[in-house]
Design a protein around this ligand. Structure first.
Ligand SMILES: *Cc1c(COP(=O)(O)O)cnc(C)c1O
Length: 379
C-alpha cells in the first residue's frame, strides 16, 4: 500500500494560527485565559451574529455538561436526546445522574423527529415526569427541523440545548446554527470543520449565562482574596494556546465551508448516475449545511452490496470511511433507557456511510476516491 492515507476529516490549518500561538508565548499568556481566549470568543460572536455571548471551553462535551447545569438539570430529571448522535451528546446527562430519553430521527434531515418528540413528551408527562430539556443535534452539519422543534419546545415549555458541534457554518433561513437553542454548543475537536486541537464553546443568550458558564468552568471561585467555593466547580476553560489556533482557524472558516460543500457536490455528481445511493442533501432552500461530512445510504436490494462492503473497499485502498453514528438507544451503556420512535435511525445506521470529506483533499485524493467508487458500483 504505497498510497498515503486519505482521512475522513483531518485538521486543516490556514496559516496564521502559529502567529497567534507565538504571540501567546511572547507575552507569556500560557494559561486558560488571555487575549486569544477573549479574541476567539469575540470572533465567534461576530460570526454567529445574533447578539449571542460565547464562552470558550476545553471541549464540546464540557459545553454540553455546563449547558445542562445552566438549564437546571439535576439528579433524577429526565432529558430528551436525539438517539442518532455521537455519545458526547448524551454522556453529560449521566454525569448529572439524570435519565436520558432517546428519540428517533426523521428521514429528511436524519435529525430528531418532531412527531416522535411530541409523542415522547406527552407520554412522559402522563407518566408523571415532565422532561427538563431537549438535546437536538445538527448531524453532519445538516440543520434539524428548527421550526418544528422550537414550536414543541415553546408549547411544552422545555428548553432546547442545541448541539451544534458539527454545524458551525450551517444555517437555517439565514440564521446560524448554534443560535437556535436556549443554549448552543460548538466543538473544535481535531476532526471538526475548524479545530483548536481540542476545544469547545457554549453559546448563551445573555451575558449573565455566559459569565456563569465561565465561572463554573474555572472552579466556581467566589469573589474573595482566598479560594472560596459555594458551588461545585469544573476545570473546563479553554487554554490561550488553543484559542490562538482558533483565531487563525476563524480566518479560514468560510473557505472550509466552501470546500466541504464542494466535496458534497463531488459526491452528488458521482452518485447521480447510481440508482440506489442517496447523498444526504438539504431538503429545501431554507437549509444550508456546512456538509461537515458527506454521507450516503446504500439500498442493498438495488445495489446488491452493503455500505460495509464499500467501507472495506475504501480501506483496501488506504482510504478512511466510517459507518454513521450508532444510535444511542442501541448502545450497551444506554439501551435500558426509554426510546421513542420506529426504526429510522436504526436503518440509517445499517445502510449509511460517512465518506472522506476534508477541506484539504487534493485532486489526486479525489481521483483515488472516485476510482474506488466507480469500480465498486461497476462490479
Ligand atoms: C464532536 C461532538 C461532540 C463533542 O465535542 P468534543 O469537543 O469532542 O467534546 C458533541 N456532539 C457531537 C454531535 C459531536 O460531533
Amino acid at each position: 500500500m504505497s498510497d498515503s492515507k486519505i482521512w475522513l476529516s483531518s485538521p486543516h490549518m490556514g496559516g496564521t494560527e502559529q502567529k497567534y500561538v507565538q504571540e501567546a508565548f511572547d507575552t507569556n499568556w500560557i494559561a486558560p485565559l488571555g487575549p486569544n481566549v477573549n479574541g476567539f470568543e469575540k470572533d465567534l460572536e461576530s460570526y454567529l451574529n445574533e447578539n449571542v455571548y460565547v464562552g470558550a471551553l476545553s471541549s464540546g462535551t464540557a459545553a454540553i455538561h455546563l449547558g445542562l447545569i445552566l438549564l437546571g438539570i439535576k439528579s433524577g430529571d429526565e432529558v430528551i436526546c436525539q438517539s442518532m448522535t455521537f455519545s458526547a451528546s448524551a454522556n453529560p446527562i449521566l454525569y448529572l445522574g439524570a435519565t436520558p430519553v432517546f428519540i428517533d430521527s426523521e428521514k429528511e434531515t436524519w435529525n430528531i423527529c418532531p412527531i416522535a418528540l411530541e409523542e415522547a413528551i406527552k407520554d412522559r408527562i402522563s407518566k408523571g415526569t415532565k422532561p427538563k430539556a431537549i438535546i437536538a443535534v445538527h448531524l453532519y452539519g445538516m440543520p434539524y427541523k428548527v421550526e418544528e422543534i422550537n414550536a414543541i419546545s415553546k408549547k411544552y415549555e422545555i428548553p432546547v440545548l442545541e448541539d451544534s458541534a458539527e454545524a458551525l457554518g450551517s444555517y437555517y433561513k439565514n440564521q446560524k446554527c448554534g443560535t437556535f437553542g436556549e443554549i448552543g454548543v460548538l466543538s473544535f475537536n481535531g476532526n471538526k470543520i475548524i479545530t483548536t486541537s481540542g476545544g469547545g464553546a457554549i453559546v448563551a443568550k445573555s451575558k449573565e449565562t455566559k459569565d456563569k458558564a465561565v465561572f463554573l468552568s474555572t472552579q466556581a471561585r467566589d469573589n474573595a482574596p482566598h479560594y472560596q467555593h459555594s458551588e461545585v466547580g469544573y476545570n473546563y476553560r479553554m487554554s490561550n494556546i488553543c484559542a490562538g489556533i482558533g483565531r487563525g482557524q476563524m480566518e479560514v472558516l468560510d473557505s472550509h465551508v466552501h470546500l466541504r460543500r464542494a466535496m458534497h457536490s463531488f459526491y452528488r455528481d458521482l452518485f447521480s448516475k447510481i440508482d440506489g445511493v442517496i447523498v444526504l442533501t438539504e431538503m429545501d432552500d431554507n437549509c444550508f449545511s456546512n456538509h461537515w461530512l458527506s454521507v450516503i445510504t446504500i439500498d442493498r436490494k438495488k445495489i446488491g452490496k452493503t455500505a460495509e462492503d464499500l467501507r472495506i473497499a475504501f480501506e483496501q485502498c488506504n482510504i478512511e470511511s466510517r459507518p454513521l453514528w450508532k444510535p444511542m438507544h442501541l448502545q450497551p451503556i444506554f439501551q435500558s433507557y426509554p426510546y421513542y420512535g420506529n426504526n429510522v435511525a436504526e436503518s440509517l445506521f445499517e445502510n449509511g456511510l460517512c465518506l472522506p470529506s476534508g477541506s484539504n483533499l487534493t485532486m489526486d485524493d479525489k481521483n483515488r476516491i472516485e476510482e474506488v467508487i466507480t469500480t465498486f458500483f461497476k462490479s
